[in-house]
Design a protein around this ligand. Structure first.
Ligand SMILES: C[S@@+](CC[C@H](N)C(=O)[O-])C[C@H]1O[C@@H](n2cnc3c(N)ncnc32)[C@H](O)[C@@H]1O
Length: 418
């Protein structure tokens, strides 16, 4: 799954689950209302909870559709996709290497292995094809043109006047990404993919692209000078680990790019709502626009028109953007209050951390957010004296300044709703 995501709870999911376990039992419904990379949704799924999951970002929907809602290994029809080569010794050797590894125990079952082998063959096919495998009218070079330094449409001029060419990807990876996305787009438009298969392919591409992006984690900017070593590795498509996907059989509810404030009005009663809000000035749909672009690329009718509207140094079409009230310091607490009031749940657990990512420009040294959230959790929305504040220190590898590991304090605000 995506690792370099601001606020990703992957490394502390078990700790949060142990708190959730105090109030809920497996089989209960838990809502992950800002699900992002779906790391918490997946931790909840693994622990036997039924999960409600939603995020404003399109990539998060594809992840939720494939990883969370789905409980099987999709069975692809290679012929329908135009893939003749149904045996590949290299794929078989790689499967042997994966056998017994974390996430791949499912390979012990022959029927699982047969289906997985087809997925591995498709991913290998996508990595290896060139434009000859794509119908002429579907050949485009928008990722190369817009996001690599050799591209015709990659020039930028920043507000401060610095100029250059975008380099989110090496030119070789930009070309490879174009081929992969054009082929998936062709399949999508030919209607030969189920929704689940489509989400699988998009999730795999998003995860794989993260590993070779010339960024410090977000897509708000790229390395202006040269390339990060990882960006020079060739783009390869990462195999999904199915153990967690097929390990349980509960049904889950997912939203598709909905504002949490409206989504919460549609969800059924649930035991607990886990809230991991942004509460900083960074709009996630801008910071991770590339993942959302990959997620919608196959569905954009007029790509030429779409890419003619890109803006800013990063090259985003702002028609895709969403201005979240949770990312505005004056609207954060009112939005949170509205969300909690509307939620048909018994308990609320909210994550907050005091890392520098949560400091707004001009924010005083002491982070006011903690006091404001505490006030809310002690308000009359909640049962008197039910409020608990848990905190622990952890290493923040997601420091926006690069790869440095800062210490930050992680808080959990817990209370029972009236
Ligand atoms: C701190 S991150 C959540 C991280 C997530 N728990 C994980 O482990 O990946 C906050 C999330 O809130 C989402 N978001 C921001 N405003 C939103 C809104 N109004 N409605 C729904 N999602 C929103 C962002 O897209 C982002 O993924």
């Amino acid at each position: 799954m995506i690792q370099r995501y601001l606020g990703n709870k992957n490394s502390i999911a078990d700790y949060i689950i142990s708190e959730i376990d105090r109030f809920c039992v497996p089989g209960d419904i838990v809502c992950d209302i800002f699900s992002g990379t779906v790391s918490m949704s997946m931790a909840l799924k693994k622990h036997g909870y039924r999960v409600i999951s939603n995020d404003i970002s399109y990539f998060s929907y594809h992840f939720a559709n494939f990883y969370l809602k789905n409980n099987c290994i999709p069975d692809f029809d290679l012929k329908a996709l135009g893939i003749d080569k149904v045996n590949d010794t290299e794929v078989e050797n790689q499967i042997e290497e994966q056998r017994g590894k974390d996430g791949f125990l499912f390979l012990d079952k022959v029927s699982n292995e047969d289906k997985f082998k087809k997925i591995a063959i498709i991913l290998r096919y996508l990595e290896q094809i060139n434009d000859n495998a794509i119908n002429k009218e579907n050949i485009n070079h928008y990722f190369y043109d817009t996001y690599t330094e050799e591209g015709d449409n990659s020039k930028f001029c920043s507000k401060r006047g610095s100029i250059g060419n975008r380099r989110f990807f090496s030119p070789a990876n930009g070309k490879r990404l174009d081929t992969i996305m054009n082929k998936i787009r062709e399949w999508y438009q030919m209607n030969v993919l189920t929704d689940l298969q489509y989400s699988l392919l998009i999730s795999v591409v998003c995860e794989s692209v993260e590993k070779i992006s010339n960024t410090q984690g977000t897509y708000h900017d790229f390395q202006r000078e040269g390339y990060d070593a990882r960006a020079l590795n060739p783009l390869t498509l990462r195999w999904p680990a199915f153990d967690a996907i097929i390990g349980t059989n509960n049904s889950h509810i997912i939203g598709k790019c909905q504002d949490s404030l409206t989504f919460i009005e549609e969800v059924p009663e649930h035991s607990l709502m886990y809230v991991d809000p942004p509460y900083n000035f960074r709009q996630y749909t801008s910071y991770y626009f590339m993942l959302n672009l990959l997620s919608s690329y196959c569905e954009i009718d007029d790509l030429a028109e779409y890419f003619s509207k890109i803006k800013f140094v990063r090259g985003q079409n702002m028609e895709d953007d969403f201005d979240s009230t949770f990312c505005k310091s004056n609207l954060f607490i009112p939005s949170l209050t509205e969300l909690i009031k509307k939620a048909p749940c018994k308990y609320v657990i909210l994550s907050y951390y005091d890392g520098r990512n949560h400091k707004n420009k001009g924010t005083p040294r002491k982070d006011r957010g903690i006091d404001q959230i505490e006030e809310l959790f002690k308000s009359d929305i909640f049962v008197p004296n039910s409020f608990e504040l848990k905190s622990f220190e952890r290493t923040n590898y997601q420091s926006f300044q690069g790869h440095s590991a800062n210490k930050c304090k992680e808080f959990l605000f817990i209370a029972e709703k009236k």
